[in-house]
Ligand binder design. Structure first.
Ligand code: ADP
Ligand code: MG
Length: 317
């Protein structure tokens, strides 16, 4: 059973008093007239999401960053978080660095830590984040329309390339590893972009499990298809070296941990989006188009379809 069929079967129930329940980057709850609260939980487990000996300062930053990324994907302003920790031992040196990293991300993003829970057990870091977004302005997964252009921020595949290096699957030169490692260890949630895209984008998601898997959620929930042009996908020079190989293609399209935003917008918004890209000094790239249908096709330069065995990370599939 895949992660998503498991959630669907056992944990998706009507939530009649919520504006939006299970299935998006965050739930939406009406907290006062005109304002919705966006709420989301993301957990990092040692051995699954990070190496137990990962730099605790960066791990603290990333624990919060991946949650803030879900706020960005909703076009919400991140405001409050709770932190649940399961720790194998009391290690003050580790906790000092982890908390310093966590608060460095919190302060630069305007997030206040307001609670949590601490227990002994296998190293697990879980955050619930809350943010706010004006009524009707959230960026959802179900709003893509036929004809929309599909955009992605930043570059794809650096984090997956860094991970493959650490796993010994694909060794990189030291200089190349240095270039891609910050994407894996210190992702930058795209909050300013999410806010700028309110009333511009029709749909959005953050790329946490891999571009195709995450875009797939937009397609499914919007009941549309997509055509992606592989040669238009934004990649760094390091990733480019591998993009002729199946391995490189997997890093770019199914690698995960990118924490970039993938969004769709009508063609008329193209100039406005390019302006946002300039203002934020963040590359925004058109990678394809929303079409009729129910699946995403990735096309090579010669128009043939590129097939991947897996579209992204699935914890159970
Ligand atoms: P994201 O990658 O944006 O964090 P996920 O892919 O992890 O989102 O989850 C997909 C959707 O399923 C989200 O709306 C999330 O809130 C919901 N979800 C995941 N696990 C559970 C659970 N155990 N109970 C209820 N909802 C869940
Ligand atoms: Mg998400």
């Amino acid at each position: 059973m895949s992660e998503f069929s498991l959630i669907e079967k056992y944990f998706t129930r009507p939530a009649p008093t919520a504006v939006l329940g299970v299935g998006d980057d965050a739930a939406l709850i009406a907290i006062s007239p005109g304002i919705n609260m966006a709420v989301s939980t993301d957990m990092l487990v040692a051995g699954t999401h990070f190496y137990p000996d990962a730099d605790p300062f960066l791990l603290g930053r990333k624990t919060l960053a991946v949650n803030i990324s879900d706020m960005a994907a909703m076009g919400a302003v991140p405001r409050w978080a709770t932190l649940a920790l399961s720790l194998p031992e009391e290690n003050e040196a580790w906790l000092a660095k982890f908390s310093k990293g966590f608060f460095s991300m919190a302060e630069s993003s305007g997030v206040e830590l307001v609670g949590g829970d601490t227990t002994r057990g296998p190293l697990t870091l879980s955050v619930t984040i809350m943010g706010v977004v004006p009524l009707g302005q959230a960026l959802r997964r179900d709003g893509a329309r036929i004809g929309d252009e599909i955009w992605v921020s930043g570059k794809l595949g650096d984090a997956a390339l860094a991970l493959a290096h650490l796993q010994g699957k694909n060794r990189l030169e030291d200089a190349d590893y240095q270039r891609v490692s910050s994407a894996l260890h210190d992702p930058k949630p795209r909050v300013a972009l999410g806010l700028a895209l309110r009333s511009i984008a029709h749909s959005a998601i953050d790329v946490s499990d891999g571009l195709l898997a995450d875009l797939g959620h937009i397609l499914e929930q919007s009941r549309v298809g997509a055509e992606i042009h592989f040669d238009q996908l934004p990649v760094s020079e390091c990733v480019q070296q591998f993009s002729a190989q199946a391995f490189g293609k997997r890093c770019v399209m199914a690698g995960g941990d990118d924490y970039e935003l993938c969004f769709t917008a009508p063609v008329e918004m193209r100039a406005r989006i390019q302006q946002i890209s300039d203002e934020l000094n963040l590359p925004l790239t058109i990678i394809g188009r929303i079409i009729r249908g129910n699946r995403g096709k990735v096309l090579a330069q010669d128009g043939t379809e590129i097939q991947l065995e897996k579209s992204g990370y699935d914890h159970f599939g």
